[in-house]
Design a protein around this ligand. Structure first.
Ligand code: ZN
Length: 76
């Protein structure tokens, strides 16, 4: 699909590292599948992937992390 950020690039399937922050806690999730713009690098995720990311982040924040790095995994 066409990228809505730069309006020039086309997105390609790939993986990206996503960083989420909340209240001073930071979490990075590696190898998240999505569509990545070949021009500006903007990453698009499906709703399914987004909800998994949010769930992972919620768990991590609740266990009181400062910084955590995880690998993406499908529905736990
Ligand atoms: Zn773009």
């Amino acid at each position: 699909m066409k990228c809505v950020i730069c309006k020039y690039g086309e997105t390609q399937p790939g993986t990206a590292n996503i960083t989420l922050e909340r209240g001073g806690a930071m979490m990075m999730i590696r190898d998240v599948p999505g569509e990545i713009c070949d021009t500006c690098g903007e990453t698009y995720h499906s709703e399914e992937v987004t909800s998994i990311l949010l769930k992972e982040a919620e768990q991590a924040y609740r266990s009181g992390i400062d910084i955590e790095v995880r690998h993406y995994r499908k529905a736990a």
